[in-house]
Design a protein. Structure first.
Length: 186
C-alpha cells in the first residue's frame, strides 16, 4: 500500500480533508482514508507532500463534442484557460463553473499556469481546483471525488499561498507516483 498526506486533500468544493492520509494499492485504487485525529500514531510509510492533493484534471474540450460544450453554458460557466485569456470573469457562486486548460497533460497545464497565474490571483484556489477537477469530472461522467475502491490519478498542487487560499506565480501541479513513494521508503 502507498500512503500520501498533505496539508489537505481536495474532495469537493465543499469538503477538504485535513490531517488525513489517502492510501492506494499498486494499481492506483483507493483503499482507505486514515484520519490522523483518530490514530495514536501516524501510519508508517506515509509520504507527506507540501500542497493540496486532488484527483486528476479533466478537460471537457477533450471529453465532450463541441455541441455538448456549447450546451453546458446553460448549466455551468465554462471558462477556457489558455495563454490568451485576458482575465477571469467573476465567478457566479450561484452556478457551478468548469475551467478547461484544453489538455490533461501536466507539463502543458503548468506552462499555461505560468503564463496566466497573475490573471488568476483573485480566484480562490479551491474554486480553481473544483473548476478544473471536480465539476469537469462530474460532467464527463468520471469519478469526481477520491473515494474508496475508485482508481484515481492523484495530483499535488504545490507552491500555493495557503493562508490566503490563492495561486502564486510559482504554483505548479505534479502527479503523485508510486515510484516517488518507493524512493522515500529507501
Amino acid at each position: 500500500m502507498y500512503r500520501f498526506s498533505s496539508v489537505c486533500i481536495f474532495v469537493s468544493p465543499e469538503l477538504q480533508l485535513k490531517r488525513t492520509v489517502i492510501e492506494q494499492d499498486q494499481t492506483g485504487c483507493i483503499k482507505n482514508f486514515i484520519y490522523l485525529d483518530e490514530q495514536y500514531m501516524e501510519p508508517a510509510n506515509t509520504l507527506f507532500v507540501d500542497g493540496i492533493i486532488s484527483t486528476q484534471i479533466v478537460s471537457l474540450k477533450l471529453a465532450l463534442l463541441p455541441k455538448e460544450r456549447d450546451e453546458l453554458n446553460q448549466q455551468i460557466q465554462y471558462i477556457e484557460l489558455n495563454k490568451d485569456i485576458t482575465g477571469i470573469p467573476d465567478v457566479n457562486k450561484m452556478k457551478p463553473f468548469a475551467f478547461d486548460f484544453g489538455t490533461e497533460n501536466i507539463d502543458e497545464i503548468n506552462e499555461i499556469l505560468l503564463t496566466i497565474s497573475p490573471k488568476l490571483k483573485s480566484l480562490n484556489i479551491f474554486d480553481l481546483i473544483g473548476g478544473s477537477v471536480y465539476y469537469p469530472s462530474k460532467i464527463a461522467g468520471k469519478p469526481a471525488e477520491p473515494a474508496l475502491n475508485n482508481h484515481a490519478k492523484l495530483l499535488v498542487w504545490e507552491n500555493i499561498d495557503l493562508p490566503n487560499k490563492k495561486i502564486t506565480q510559482k504554483t505548479r501541479i505534479r502527479a503523485l507516483t508510486i515510484s516517488e513513494h518507493e524512493v522515500q521508503k529507501q
